[in-house]
Design a protein around this ligand. Structure first.
Ligand code: XCC
Length: 629
């Protein structure tokens, strides 16, 4: 694989091609907007700007070591961080609540969905002593998750009690960070961030850990397991990736965002002959095709084995969305919540004919048609989406799609990894123990356009790790960056070190395994816990590292506290806005390790980050008495 040059432009060739097209068309993209923001505010970058009251905004400077109210740098940094963590937790839990509501509606006979994985439903219901028919279990389990999400923070969450690994639960109990209901935890946390309420940095950071645990069980785990019950469990499959997959001769619909339930109905509708016929009559000789982008695309890709006749690929990640539209070949972009740039509705869709549809009630974007998802309206909305796409096809202007085709394998999950290993996690433990695989690095989260990143940081870090025989698991836009860089394809084994290459070659899997979207991080934690359980150790003892190599937004902050609460070492780049407080920096990079076993480290150079990850893995291997490489 060619070494990627760092610059503030797209990291992969196809995006670069589309970037040139957009620029020639006179469009301003995320890259120019980023450049126009430079130099960015150093106080904001360090987390030492407080805008809470009208005596401010206050910044901590050489001449002012406190804000007007007396707040120190430590307090300002921590309050800002807690507010971000609360937003991220609330957003993941919002998604989970939508899925729980659909599961409940299925049980009540009020939804356009059926139960796809009855075994999974029954197993989960049994954990909560819920019995009855499958429909009754769906109804009661959905209701239980909603009740847990909305329960009070003074009642420890039953989800945590039942689902958490006992060793972790003991640690959390000792620290007093077993959370109650996440919405209540968020509300209490935000109350603590008010002006002059809570000056206790340790308490505020503990609250972040509580939200991190709630984020896992009432957010990430909940989303994945309930979606799998409704749409099927991820299975490894090969598919097309990146912008070149768009077909100029088809009516093209992209499902974009994070919540894939509606997309499944769109795929089913697109299968109907009448829609394929209508598309052909409109002049699209290849009919109508559905694609996914961002985390929604990753989730569709996970279960795409069943939809190969209508699902044509995963288009790209956060920083590619304007470039997708610049092809002129996107007839409908339908999006649910999170990660739609305002420039899409205001500039790119009008320029490139794309009909935009928002499908979740939290979204309001000017000029965008709203068809808001309800469990019982999904089929009708899907038909409307296809109708708008056929109409929009007739309004196309110039079309410019890069011709390079790329493929990747996706659809890994704890079950499929264990399945590929012959039904137990033991073979993975054996290859870790004998040193063929040194350890596991989970590369998760977003992409950013910050200099030197733009997907390149992720690709370079992943390449460095697999060269060193460290198995990479990807989720979120990180997976997309690795897919675009050719690190998740069938022939990507050639980039791995000899030990990892022989293991992956024998199993027929790439050295970088996509677990799906950023909401699938819960599945990565499940795999890590499965390995720890099989070894009889706790998560912090494992040769495992988490990394958000191009961390961007609030959900990543919540997920970061989830990782630290679980006792994982977490690499972050760029630096989170905590560096203005030496105390908070020290707590999160050092002191917290003696409490949860987890810690954060920041490294903006991907090769040095790989060195640090390798060193952490080597130390953990040494402590477990495992063979050195
Ligand atoms: Fe981040 Fe989800 Fe957005 Fe991508 S899409 S930029 S939140 S990783 Ni999920």
């Amino acid at each position: 694989m060619k070494t990627i040059e760092y610059r503030n432009q797209p990291a992969d060739g196809l995006s670069d091609y589309m970037y040139e097209v957009a620029r020639k068309d006179g469009m301003t993209t995320i890259y120019e907007r980023f450049a126009a923001q430079q130099p960015q505010c150093a106080f904001g970058t360090l987390g030492i700007c407080c805008t809470l009251c009208t005596d401010g905004p206050c910044q901590i400077t050489r001449k002012a070591d406190r804000g007007v109210c007396g707040a120190s740098a430590d307090l300002i940094v921590t309050r800002n961080l807690l507010a971000k963590c609360a937003q991220g937790t609330a957003a993941n839990v919002y998604h989970a609540r939508n899925v729980a509501r659909t599961l409940q509606a299925v049980g009540e006979g009020q939804a356009d969905y059926a139960i796809k994985e009855p075994e999974k439903l029954r197993a989960l219901a049994a954990q909560f002593d819920i019995g009855g028919s499958d429909l009754e279990m769906a109804r009661d389990l959905g209701a239980l998750f909603i009740q847990q999400i909305n329960s009070n923070d003074y009642d420890p969450m039953r989800l945590v009690d039942v689902l958490a690994p006992p060793k972790r639960l003991a640690v959390w109990r000792k620290l007093g960070i077993v959370p109650g209901g996440p919405n209540s935890e968020v509300a209490t946390g935000l109350s603590k961030t008010m002006t002059n309420v809570n000056n206790d940095v340790l308490d505020l950071l503990s609250h972040c850990l509580r939200m991190g645990i709630a984020n896992e069980y009432a957010g990430l785990f909940c989303i994945t397991v309930m979606q799998e019950i409704l749409t099927g469990t991820a299975k490894p499959n090969e598919g097309s990736v990146n912008i070149g997959v768009l077909d100029p001769d088809a009516v093209n619909v992209i499902m974009h965002g994070h919540q894939p339930l509606l997309a499944i109905k769109v795929l089913e509708a697109a299968r109907k002959q009448n829609w394929q016929e209508k598309a052909r009559q409109a002049g699209a000789k290849n009919g109508l095709k559905i694609y996914g982008s961002l985390c929604e695309g990753q989730q569709i890709f996970n279960i795409a084995s069943e939809y190969k006749d209508v699902f044509y690929g995963q288009i790209g990640n956060w920083i590619q969305q304007e470039l997708m539209l610049a092809t002129g070949a996107v007839d409908v972009l339908a999006f649910d919540y999170n990660c739609v740039m305002p420039s899409i509705a205001e500039q790119f869709a009008p320029k490139y004919h794309t009909h935009l549809i928002s499908t979740d009630k939290v979204i309001r974007q000017g000029g965008v048609e709203r068809l808001e998802f309800e469990p019982h309206t999904a089929v009708d909305i899907s038909e409307a989406i296809l109708d708008r796409a056929v109409t929009a096809f007739g309004k196309r202007g110039a079309v410019n799609v890069p011709t390079t085709q790329q493929t990747a394998i996706a659809g890994f999950t704890t079950e499929s990894v264990i399945g590929a290993l012959g039904g137990t996690v033991q073979p993975l433990i054996d290859v870790i123990a004998n040193g063929s695989v040194q350890g596991i690095a989970a590369l998760v989260g977003c992409t950013t356009v910050r200099e030197g990143e733009s997907g390149a940081h992720i690709a370079t870090l992943a390449s460095e790790l697999i060269k060193r025989n460290i198995l990479v698991i990807g989720a979120g836009c990180c997976s997309s960056a690795m897919q675009n860089a050719g690190l998740m394809g069938t022939d990507s084994v050639k980039h791995a070190g000899p030990g990892l290459a022989s293991v992956c070659g024998a199993l027929g899997v790439p050295p970088c395994l996509s677990y799906g979207s950023c909401t699938d991080i819960g599945k990565i934690i499940a795999t890590v816990v499965a390995v720890a359980d099989a070894l009889g150790v706790d998560v912090p003892d494992l040769p495992v590292v988490a990394s958000a190599p191009e961390y961007m937004e609030q959900k990543a902050v919540a997920d970061a506290f989830t990782a630290v609460a679980f006792g994982m070492a977490l690499h972050l780049s760029p630096a989170p806005p905590i560096m203005g407080s030496p105390l908070v920096t020290r707590i999160l990079t050092q002191d917290v390790e003696s409490l949860t076993g987890g810690r954060v480290f920041v490294e903006q150079d991907p090769v040095k980050a790989a060195d640090a990850i390798e060193a952490h893995i080597a130390a953990k291997r040494g402590a477990l008495g495992l063979k050195k490489s």
